[in-house]
Write a protein that binds this ligand. Structure first.
Ligand code: GLU
Length: 317
């Protein structure tokens, strides 16, 4: 008897009037490590998408991944529908620059979000006075799938250093690099992330570390020469022991997809975010300054037609 009651209730729920019989379409967003910013922001996007799943049929979930380079590769191989990518990595993929072997012509932009600052975090007792002082030290540059690793090569080049000039060029993931610094297995690490990042905040709360500026003529030239690097500061007072702003440069966190993903899917994801932009802004502090009209900055790959349709409907572009 009880079973019948349940079955009836379930059947009624499934056949409820007004709900179109949408087949579920599962989509996933490649992010980064769980203590970065991509992961919680990806969660925020999925939350907005899933809110309206009855009307569009999309079921969104996030995947923790190695970062930008991994995400671009896996979007292109259709393992995932969407992925976060630093704007410099997006540029590299579109133009076939290292670590990409050829021009990734199927890459498409969806929107850009917030600035990700380049950071050089070192142990206070490692006695590294400035960025060039990392010569001969053990520095984590990041796992090969990360955007941080791709940008680290550019930074080394500006500093006039090669990997071989370091005592160790670490390949730790962001979730491991904090522990490695705390345990003294490395003297510092390089990272590219939005602010505030949970992993960085926890680390500064747990130990005496500092951030070194990445500025000077070489970096000045680099920001002049490219449209994806801009001069920026890591705000003061966000992390314990870093009361003053730290001069550096930043990229934009962008969302990418493949030209093979259906227009309808991209349209509905974009719509979910833009229609609820106020709520979206409140879901992570890095999104606090987001303005809907600035969400096309630093994109290199063409905008996906599904996204473009929404932007034109709302006269945003
Ligand atoms: N920008 C980093 C990367 O692409 C990830 C930062 C994050 O997870 O928020 O590797």
């Amino acid at each position: 008897m009880r079973n019948w009651l349940w079955l009836t209730l379930v059947a009624c729920a499934l056949l409820a009037p007004g709900e179109p019989a949408q087949a579920a379409r599962f989509i996933s967003i490649g992010t980064g490590d769980i203590n970065g910013v991509y992961y919680p922001v990806g969660g925020a996007i999925c939350r907005l998408v899933n809110q309206n799943r009855k009307t569009h049929g999309l079921r969104c979930s996030v995947e923790s991944t190695g970062g930008s380079v991994y995400n671009v590769r896996n979007v292109l191989s259709r393992e995932i529908e969407f992925g976060f990518a630093q704007s410099d990595v997006q540029w590299r993929a579109w133009n076939g620059a290292a670590p990409f072997a050829a021009k990734e012509t199927k890459l498409r932009s969806v929107f850009s979000l917030y600035g990700e600052t380049a950071m050089l975090v070192v142990r206070k007792d490692a006695k590294i006075a400035n960025a060039t002082g990392i010569r001969g030290k053990r520095i984590n540059l990041g796992n090969p799938g990360s955007g941080q690793r791709a940008t680290a090569d550019v930074v080394l080049n500006v500093l006039g250093l090669k990997e071989a000039d370091l005592a160790l060029a670490g390949r730790y993931h962001p979730v491991e690099q904090g522990d490695a610094l705390r345990d003294g297995r490395i003297d510092g690490f390089f990272y590219v992330v939005g602010n505030p990042a949970t992993g960085i905040r926890d680390l500064f709360n747990a130990m005496d570390a500092t951030m070194l500026p990445l500025n000077g003529p070489g970096f000045e030239r680099m920001t002049w020469d490219t449209k994806y690097y801009v001069k920026d500061d890591i705000p003061g007072g966000l992390y314990r022991g870093v009361p003053q702003p730290v001069k550096t440069f930043s990229v934009k966190a962008t969302l990418v997809t493949s030209s093979e993903v259906e227009d309808e899917v991209v349209y509905n994801l974009v719509k979910a975010v833009f229609e609820d932009i106020e709520a979206f802004r409140k879901l992570h502090p890095a999104l606090g300054l987001l303005k809907d009209r600035a969400m096309f900055e630093a994109l290199t790959a063409p905008i996906h037609p599904g996204a473009q349709r929404y932007y034109e409907e709302k006269a945003l572009r």
